[in-house]
Ligand binder design. Structure first.
Ligand code: NAD
Ligand code: USQ
Length: 383
């Protein structure tokens, strides 16, 4: 099966491209390398030293004999996207290629507009290429758990059945996202759902939780294949940041009370979930939604777990409660369903088993690369 990985130079995309290639899929990566450019603009760097995409792909070929095709360009450029798709002729497109940081989208008007145009227009272009040239291709789109926000009722997988004034219907689950970035994902979901309804496309929206970890079987094969690991206040995510903070002796940066609860998953489960979605395509006209996370934690729980793991390897880990730069509930109900991927055969990795190996030890290994000035959050939701 031919799988095009859009955003394949990024954190989730690179791990996924190698995993699928290793499992015998014919893989191509499409990426405009804009993430590397944004890092340069913000003067930030991944903790791990990543090679260029060309070097990465060459080393993969040298090690395994497997070829990954490369298309460098922007999916906001319709002609480029169409031509790349026509050349590769994918059976499935896995779409990771978006601006994915909530703080980045909240820097100012320009970054909010950039985020929404990049994400919404890119996805819309993809829907049109599929409609015009690949109506049978399966779109596996990375959405986010944050589309739902933190409602005071259980979160279903995409849809909810509602009874109202004596009538009943199953409707898209209400969305209350917490940033212009998370909103871009909601807009994408609506556009994809609409394209499935009117054109009969097939799509799976993977509402992924926060991903942690850096090691997969493939990226661990060689230093040149190493994945990125962001720890800065813009692109770094909660648990990855806490481990790196623990490694350098920086107090853990819990925002506010720390009761913010989210879904989390190991990057080794991200790649497996993608494979499960690709292998079990949605039907024609179906807009399928899976909640892609394995465990729920509050950020306060995470800080305590990192403190405990750090102490076990001789680190002195302090926890700080900073004034919250975001506008979000800090204590709330959160109970989300995640049975669809488990039913397809996902066997989760659990954080309690992998915190040290997959994350803390990596953080310790590369800690001399940390720029401490990039740790505290600088972007505030209220401007
Ligand atoms: P990333 O920034 O590491 O990778 C995204 C890649 O997409 C980058 O290589 C970037 O250059 C590319 N890209 C962006 N816009 C593009 C465009 N217009 N044309 C071509 N390429 C483009 O991000 P990530 O952490 O790997 O996230 C991948 C996807 O998964 C995103 O859609 C994100 O919203 C989603 N997601 C990520 C997480 C997480 O914790 N990292 C959690 C849930 C969902
Ligand atoms: N947080 C802290 N301290 C930190 C960093 C974050 O307390 O140092 C808190 C935030 O306030 C928030 C929670 O941790 O309540 C999650 O923040 P995050 O930065 O780890 O994740 P988020 O902004 O939600 O975004 C990340 C990815 C995004 C993905 C999303 C999945 O960057 O691409 O869509 O996780 S989810 O959160 O499920 O929507």
């Amino acid at each position: 099966m031919k799988v095009l990985v859009i955003g394949g130079d990024g954190y989730c995309g690179w791990a996924t491209a190698l995993y699928l290639s290793n499992r015998g899929y014919e893989v191509a990566i499409l990426d405009n390398l804009i993430r590397r450019h944004w890092d340069n603009e913000l003067c930030i760097e991944t903790l791990t030293p990543i090679a260029s995409i060309q070097q990465r792909i060459q080393r993969w070929k040298d090690l395994t004999g497997k070829t990954i095709d490369l298309f460098i360009g922007d999916i906001n450029n319709y002609e480029f996207l169409k031509n790349a798709m026509l050349r590769f002729e994918p059976d499935s497109v896995v779409h990771f290629g978006e601006q994915r940081s909530a703080p980045f989208s909240m820097i100012d008007r320009e970054h909010a507009v950039l985020t929404q145009v990049n994400n919404v227009v890119g996805t819309l272009n993809l829907l049109y290429v599929m409609h015009d040239h690949f109506p049978d291709c399966h779109l596996v789109k990375l959405g986010t758990m944050g589309e739902y926000g933190t409602p005071n009722i259980d979160i279903e997988e995409g849809y909810i059945t509602i009874e109202h004034n004596g009538r009943k219907d199953t409707l898209p689950y209400p969305k209350q996202p917490g940033s212009f970035y998370h909103l871009s994902k909601v807009h994408d979901s609506h556009n994809i759902h609409f394209a499935c309804r009117i054109w009969g496309l097939r799509a799976t929206d993977l509402n992924q939780g926060v991903v942690y970890g850096v090691l997969t079987d493939e990226t661990g094969m060689d230093e040149m294949l190493i994945n990125r690991l962001d720890y800065d206040g813009v692109f770094g995510t909660a648990l990855n940041r806490f481990c790196i903070q623990a490694a350098i002796g920086h107090p853990l940066t819990v925002y506010g009370k720390g009761g913010q609860t989210r879904g989390f998953l190991d990057i080794r489960d991200t790649v497996r979930c993608i494979e499960l979605a690709v292998n079990n395509p949605a039907d024609r006209g179906e807009f399928r939604v899976f909640n892609q996370f394995t465990e729920l934690f509050s950020v306060g729980d995470l800080a305590n777990m990192v403190q405990k793991a750090g102490t076990s390897v001789g680190l002195k880990v302090e926890i700080n409660h900073l004034e919250n730069p975001r506008v979000e509930k800090e204590e709330h109900y959160f109970n989300a369903k995640n049975t669809n991927l488990l039913d397809l055969g996902l066997q989760p990795h659990f954080l309690s088993d992998s915190l040290l190996d997959s994350l803390l030890n990596f953080s310790i290994k590369y800690k001399q690369r940390v720029d401490e000035n990039q740790i505290l959050p600088k972007v505030k939701w209220k401007g």
